[in-house]
Ligand binder design. Structure first.
Ligand code: AP5
Length: 193
């Protein structure tokens, strides 16, 4: 089994590269952002709660997303592994994920950190805001999302570095060039498994 976390700031390409990883390595995609957006669309209780945080660029409370992860992670699915996109986002989520996987005698193989500079992140998200209209893709909310990322999510880099799992990927350039760098990192992990 190959379990991957795809990690990086908003707009770093986690969703885009996840699609390619799923296709190549036959992984199941777990994206907390996608799940929450679906709940908002359906106007469920969870969606209404999440919307308050997401529209302001804040993180949805840990307990809520940890419960979502527990529900989504089904160890009976016959697949070759998971790609976790947008989870974990805080140290508390990282610790909860470690204990959940440990209970199931599973582990994360690699954390792919997509490194992209802030100007490029902002450009990508503003462009998407114009094209597809995600309502957190406005300049004001993008700034807040980046602030939240640096304050609350970046400490996870140290957490996974200490576990020897962090792989830094240059996330600048074309989607295909970035994917080639990812493939190299993942194939290296598979060879040493
Ligand atoms: P989430 O949905 O996870 O969004 P995000 O982290 O803000 O990331 P994005 O989807 O904006 O970017 P991405 O890195 O996936 O890049 P993408 O491939 O889309 O979370 C949204 C919100 O949900 C959070 O703010 C929070 O409120 C809540 N949430 C979710 N998970 C949570 C958790 N665990 N805990 C608490 N709260 C949580 O690319 C972005 C754009 O760039 C696209 O238009 C794409 O086409 C383009 N692009 C991609 N690669 C390139 C490239 N190489 N060159 C040019 N353009 C590119």
């Amino acid at each position: 089994m190959l379990n991957i976390i795809i990690f990086g700031a908003p707009g770093s390409g986690k969703g885009t590269q996840s699609e390619k990883l799923i296709e190549k390595y036959n992984l199941t995609h777990i994206s907390t952002g996608d799940v929450l957006r679906k709940e908002i669309e359906k106007q469920t209780k969870l969606g209404k709660l999440a919307d308050k945080y997401m529209s302001e660029g804040q993180l949805v409370p840990d307990e809520v997303v940890i419960n979502i992860l527990n529900d989504l992670f089904d160890d009976n699915i016959d697949n070759q592994g998971y790609i976790f996109d947008g989870f974990p986002r805080t140290l508390k989520q990282g610790e909860a994920m470690d204990s959940m996987l440990h209970e199931k005698q599973k582990d994360i193989n690699v954390v792919l950190w997509l490194d992209v500079d802030d100007d490029e992140l902002t450009d990508r998200l503003l462009k998407r805001g114009i094209d597809s209209g995600r309502d957190d893709d406005t300049l004001e909310t993008i700034k807040l999302r980046l602030e939240v990322y640096y304050n609350e999510t970046e400490p996870l880099k140290e957490f996974y570095l200490k576990q020897g799992k962090l792989a830094k990927i240059d996330g600048m350039g074309s989607v295909d060039d970035i994917f080639s760098r990812i493939e190299k990192a993942v194939d290296g992990i598979l060879l040493n498994k």
